[in-house]
Design a binder for this molecule. Structure first.
Ligand code: G3P
Ligand code: CA
Length: 275
């Protein structure tokens, strides 16, 4: 069945695979992103962190325990050390892992930590136009190192200065307004998303701060403040909502006509839209 309110055929939100098709395959692995592409996702989402030797890697948590067989803090590993860990077959019994990982990737190459450069290569070489939403983690601790490394890597791929932000292949997101502004200074035409756990009072008019093109509230914040979406739309800006996995949440964001739906289940969401 289609979600409530999908009658208008022209409503076609960007369906974004959160950490890859992470309901089916271990998050942030090459296998998870390949599955998302096979499922038909419009875009991929990833989190990036810096290793000790300055490489951007696709890892959500500060530490590696939840998603690998190693122990320690990502930023204390060199890339070649991190590459010895298995990120594709999580230990059973760890919180979140045993019940969520239904399809561990059997290919050892695809279990390795994914570098941001490898993910960019996947996006650039994809058989159809594909977008990437990249979120910088630990922005304040390293005083802009992550954002600078990110823009440098995008420049290497010729992706840092898109002619039109509305069709740019790469969008940068952060919960930190400081980080979003740093990116906007380094690469003014890269679209940026300010992620929001809740809608702060100062944002309830829907007017986004300078340098921010898209609002990125969590679905709980939208449930709490549904008028926020319309207010942002009234200012000519977009709203991408995370992490929309449940049918009721999908119904809500569909009825509000959000512009992007970030989900662990891209195949499911696309099927609900008849795509
Ligand atoms: O896409 C935004 C969403 O990923 C933010 O939360 O914790 O999953 O990075 P988190
Ligand atoms: Ca994220």
């Amino acid at each position: 069945p289609r979600p409530a309110g999908t009658g208008a055929a022209e409503y076609r939100p960007l369906v974004v695979a959160h950490r890859g098709a992470s309901e089916d395959v271990a998050e942030h692995t090459l296998g998870a992103y390949r599955r998302a592409i096979d499922d038909g996702a419009d875009a991929l989402e990833c989190d990036v962190r810096l290793t000790r030797d300055g490489h951007l890697v696709c890892v959500h948590d500060r530490r590696v325990e939840r998603t690998s067989n190693g122990r320690g803090v990502v930023s204390e590993f060199a890339l070649d050390e991190l590459s010895t860990l298995d990120f594709g077959s999580w230990h059973p019994g760890l919180p979140d892992s045993a019940d969520r990982l239904v399809d561990p990737d059997p290919d050892p190459e695809r279990q390795s930590v994914l570098t941001f450069a490898e993910l960019l290569a996947l996006v650039v070489d994809a058989p159809r136009p594909l977008r990437l939403l990249v979120e910088t983690k630990h922005p304040t601790r390293y005083a802009g190192l992550v954002e600078r490394a990110l823009v440098t890597e995008l420049r290497r791929f010729g992706l840092h200065d898109p002619p039109d932000p509305d069709t740019a292949p790469v969008t940068v997101m952060s919960f930190s307004l400081l980080a979003v502004r740093r990116v906007a200074e380094l690469a003014p035409r890269l679209p940026t998303v300010l992620l929001l756990n809740g809608i702060p009072v100062w944002l309830r008019t829907g007017t986004l701060p300078a340098g921010v093109r898209i609002a990125g509230p969590g679905v709980a914040a939208v449930t709490d403040q549904p008028h926020f979406v319309e207010r942002v739309h009234d200012t000519g800006r977009k709203v991408y909502v995370w992490t929309v996995n449940d049918p009721a949440d999908l119904d809500l964001v569909t009825s509000l006509r959000v512009d992007g739906i970030i989900t662990d289940r891209p195949g499911y969401v696309l099927r609900r839209f008849g795509r």
